[in-house]
Design a protein around this ligand. Structure first.
Ligand SMILES: [Zn+2]
Length: 409
């Protein structure tokens, strides 16, 4: 741009003659002034970090109309772009991260099945399987159901009052639960954030007393789906630069400005993962690294026993469609579909992001993400792994007949 403009006065000068000459000179002089201003503003821009908003002529001006509050402003996009909503997944899906009642009643399962059929969800993995008697009743209810191949359970461990001898007892309970029909272990986010040891101290994710539990999962060949921490923004100052400000303002229990820090939890989690290389860990919510895919990739590179589910972080893939597309291609064997909250009308947003190249469409919760989503257009063989292939590999007990005819050659 600078080169083009600096050539312009020379051309004007060469063509100028007679009485027009003075006018031409004036024009050259004003163009030079414009150039100087341009150079000056370019060098200011060079000093600013990329993406920083530059001073504008209207800076300091106050709106003449009352500005809307964060809850009032809902601009309607003027963009007219091709729309390809996807009400139903392209291939049958295993939702590796679901929460259902344990035991589930026949009537409730009927209700759940309607949403499953509408979305092409083949299997829900109910991570709220509990342990002991309740887990057994949960398994019994599923086995007696007319939909018995459509839902399975993961067991949980009760982490309250951890002290000497806890790990061995918990591992024994888990082994009984797996024998009773549970297909994996789900660990809730309380571990690291809220669970206390018998002595009152915070139970660290990498506490050695828990080692027998992780080892049992390796021995029994079942995965651990583990939710540690919350989005990093939940731990950051609650000021107007926090991109989850509205959500944090609405939900007191999501605020973690005090107490254990995000990075402390990440360190403990990664340390625990390193100590148990034979245990397969599915990190719920992409390990909270969907907003930093380089970091997400580094963890997968360092720890071959780590996998991610995509639950509740769709807004992070949808705002970086090119990087997400490349990540899902590169790590296609390490990512599993999961949704966490069972809202049948929300699944189609996932299908649309994964399956299409649509641009600038709404997310389903404005307090979660006030930005728009873009499709990441995954090819069929990657969709199949994401939707069911990787789950079938990691969870040996899943009913696989419905998927076998779809297997990737
Ligand atoms: Zn969960």
């Amino acid at each position: 741009m600078i080169v083009t403009l600096s050539e312009a006065p020379t051309r004007v000068g060469a063509e100028s003659k007679g009485t027009e000459f003075g006018l031409r000179l004036a024009a050259i002089s004003s163009m030079k002034k414009a150039l100087l201003i341009l150079f000056a503003s370019t060098s200011i821009a060079a000093q600013q970090s990329p993406g920083q908003i530059r001073p504008r002529p209207a800076e300091g001006r106050e709106p003449e109309l009352r500005p809307p509050t964060i809850r009032e402003y809902h601009p309607k996009s003027q963009l007219v772009a091709p729309q390809h909503p996807v009400p139903r997944a392209k291939f049958p899906v295993v939702d590796i991260h679901s929460h259902q009642s344990t035991p589930i009643s026949a009537g409730e399962f009927d209700q759940v099945m309607k949403g499953m059929e509408a979305n092409k969800l083949q299997i829900l993995v109910n991570l709220s399987g509990s342990w002991g008697d309740r887990l057994r009743h949960g398994v019994d209810a599923l086995r007696a159901s007319k939909y018995k191949d459509r839902m399975v359970l993961f067991a949980n461990v009760n982490f309250s009052g951890v002290g000497p001898g806890f790990g061995a007892r918990a591992a024994k309970q888990l082994e009984d639960d797996i024998k009773a029909g549970a297909m994996g272990l789900k660990v809730f986010k309380d571990l690291g954030m809220f669970d206390r040891k018998a002595d009152g101290s915070r139970l660290q994710v990498d506490d050695a007393e828990l080692d027998p539990v992780w080892d049992a999962c390796a021995r029994l060949n079942v995965p651990v789906l583990i939710h540690i921490a919350e989005p990093a923004a939940f731990f950051e100052p609650l000021d107007y630069t926090n991109e989850r400000w509205l959500e944090l303002a609405l939900y007191r229990d999501r605020r973690h400005q005090d107490g254990v820090r995000f990075e402390t939890l990440m360190n403990e989690r990664n340390n625990m993962i390193r100590k148990h290389p034979n245990t397969k860990f599915i990190l719920a919510h992409f390990g909270w690294h969907a907003s930093d895919l380089a970091r997400a990739g580094k963890l997968l590179d360092q720890s071959p026993n780590v996998y991610y589910d995509v639950a509740a972080v769709l807004y992070d893939f949808g705002r970086q469609p090119r990087a997400s597309h490349d990540f899902f291609i590169k790590y296609q064997d390490r990512i599993l579909f999961g949704k966490a909250s069972y809202q049948p009308d929300e699944y189609p947003y996932y299908w649309r992001v994964f399956e299409t190249n649509d641009e600038y469409f709404d997310y389903y919760r404005d307090y979660h993400a006030f930005w728009k989503l873009y499709g990441i257009g995954l090819p069929d063989q990657v969709l199949k792994k994401l939707y069911y292939g990787n789950a079938l590999k990691l969870v040996p007990g899943l009913p696989r007949a419905p998927f076998e005819r779809l297997a990737t050659p």
